[in-house]
Design a protein around this ligand. Structure first.
Ligand code: ZN
Length: 552
């Protein structure tokens, strides 16, 4: 996901080469009430089947959710699902449950404090599988955004990140519980419906239309959505058997098809380098998402202005398409490991730009990202990449998981070598496909693939805040035909263990790498003549800030 500019993400403009990709959307909805970042205990949802009825005359939706789940503990007295009910202080929004049943028989339930507690009279025990059918209705306060698009036309778009599915779907609303899903949507006949997975059926009876989508790939709820609007649809290409489609508002057909039509080479690059695309199709969809882009599985939603502004959306497309591998298919184990999603999508964007536009594009991207990281660190000196101190996942939307996460991958690439790095990304995808993974899991894969001990690297860059501040001096020792380079880490905290490239330039540049372990390092480098300039980190490979001056 890429946040919207309205959330203070001016720095992402820098990151994306200065192009204005983000626009303020409608005012942000309130965060979901309830234990936002926690899973419900004792259950593993296997499959969701949602039937939803939508109308033009009301924002009220009617739903039937069939939830198949396994009980994982003997101590459970009730299955708890997240579902936001009517507000305690009264109001028109929230979902009201009318029945819960299993195999046609009513099951006792209680729906309070935005939790639906289902308590079968026969009790619950570990290993049991239950299939509950929940009938409910109401006006969603959030999660399913019902309103008008930029042309004043009525639209319905799911927008669940991080835990807003509970506003319109009874779910275990935590990214650690992935399940297959299908949506059967009955809506006025003039709308097209897009969702995750493959189209099963689409039929119109009178003035209503029922569209059925299903995915057999388990998804976290954060990327489980529908989009319902008057769409123009273009099948752009088929890449390795995967249909690539653009879904845009008819009024934005020309600009939208052109912009989203850039997806096929991006998909091809990631397929070739990461492994098979995980889903049945790739739809790129213009939408009213609050975000700049949101990586919903196989049906990515982009902000409606980003698609129609005539500017190049390549970095935005690359970011969201990369998420189909990392974030959606290999999902972070819990919110503190968000960088395994956002850092990967950010760095894979940089790698695509390197591939498509050359090494200078990568350098520019990483250099801009480094400025952003330094600025964030100056304002938040104690926040490490893996941040366990949050109470709401929205608080984690800083440059840390994005730009710093990308920088950790960039440095890891140089630590293990580019070919091994790609091997590691593929192996990580292969090992954790359709599952969840933590930072430690990723480290172990990279250690297995590289044969290197990466404990120090990961500890330093993911558990510790900050980066080295390196100040250097150099002088030319003519008597020895040597340059004497002295580097010092001047940050308040303990020294980092880092390789620092020193570039010496006369007619051409040559580079020596000094490994710093201590506060200060001095090295003598062969140089018959005094260089015209000496620079630190000339290839933009180390996260840090650098300065060096001549001592004589
Ligand atoms: Zn993202």
């Amino acid at each position: 996901m890429i946040p919207d500019s309205s959330s203070g993400w001016r720095t992402l403009l820098l990151l994306l080469g200065g192009s204005v990709l983000f626009f303020a959307s409608a005012a942000c909805a309130q965060p979901a009430p309830g234990p936002a970042g926690k899973p419900q205990p004792g259950i593993d949802v296997l499959d969701y089947d949602f039937h939803l009825s939508l109308a033009d005359t009301t924002d009220r939706i009617e739903g039937t959710a069939t939830v198949r789940l396994r009980v994982t503990t003997d101590t459970l007295t009730a299955v708890r699902l997240d579902l936001v009910g009517p507000p305690a202080e009264g109001g028109d929004t929230g979902m009201a449950v009318s029945t819960v049943s299993e195999e046609g028989s009513d099951v006792p339930y209680r729906h309070t404090d935005n939790i639906l507690r289902i308590a079968p009279t026969a009790g619950l025990s570990a290993g049991q599988t239950h299939t509950f059918r929940i009938r409910y209705a109401g006006v969603p306060a959030d999660g399913l955004i019902i309103g008008t698009n930029r042309h004043g036309d009525r639209t319905f778009f799911g927008d669940n990140w991080p835990n807003r599915a509970r506003h319109w779907l009874p779910v275990e609303d935590h990214l650690s519980d992935k399940a297959t899903a299908e949506f059967r949507v009955t809506a006025p006949a003039q709308y097209e419906v897009v969702s995750n997975g493959a189209l099963v059926s689409d039929s119109t009876t009178g003035d209503t239309r029922t569209t059925h989508w299903r995915t057999d790939v388990p998804l976290p709820t954060k990327v489980m959505i529908i989009g319902v609007a008057d769409f123009a649809v273009d099948t752009v290409a088929t890449v390795d058997g995967v249909p690539v489609q653009s879904w845009v508002y008819p009024e934005d057909r020309e600009a939208g098809f052109k912009d989203l039509g850039q997806a096929p080479p991006i998909l091809r690059f990631f397929e070739e380098n990461l492994g098979p695309y995980p889903y049945e199709k790739l739809a790129n969809v213009q939408s009213t998402t609050r975000y700049g882009g949101m990586e919903n599985a196989a049906a990515i939603f982009y902000s409606e202005e980003a698609v129609a502004d005539g500017q190049d959306s390549t970095p935005l497309l690359a970011h969201e398409i990369a998420h189909q591998w990392y974030g959606n298919t290999v999902t972070e184990a819990d919110w503190p490991h968000l960088w395994l999603s956002e850092g990967f999508a950010t760095y894979l964007t940089a790698l695509y730009l390197e591939h498509a536009r050359g090494p200078a594009a990568l350098t520019k991207f990483m250099s801009d990202a480094r400025q952003t990281v330094a600025q964030f660190h100056a304002e938040n000196p104690d926040t490490p990449l893996v941040d366990t101190t949050f109470s709401d996942p929205n608080q984690l939307l800083t440059s840390n998981p994005y730009q710093k996460g990308a920088w950790v991958l960039h440095m890891l690439r140089h630590e293990v070598g580019t070919a091994t790095f790609w091997d590691g990304l593929r192996a990580y995808y292969d090992r954790y496909r359709n599952e969840n993974a933590s930072t430690r899991d990723f480290r172990r894969v990279m250690e297995d693939v590289s044969g290197q001990d990466l404990a120090g690297f990961f500890s330093q860059w993911t558990r510790r805040a900050g980066h080295p501040v390196i100040e250097g001096t150099w002088r030319h020792d003519a008597s020895a035909d040597e340059c004497v380079v002295t580097l010092r880490q001047t940050q308040d905290t303990a020294p980092f263990r880092v390789p620092v490239d020193v570039g010496l330039t006369n007619e051409r540049q040559r580079t020596t790498t000094l490994v710093m372990r201590d506060r200060e390092t001095q090295a003598r480098i062969d140089c018959a003549r005094a260089p015209s300039s000496v620079t630190l980190d000339p290839f933009t490979r180390l996260l840090g800030t650098f300065s060096i001056e001549r001592a004589e």
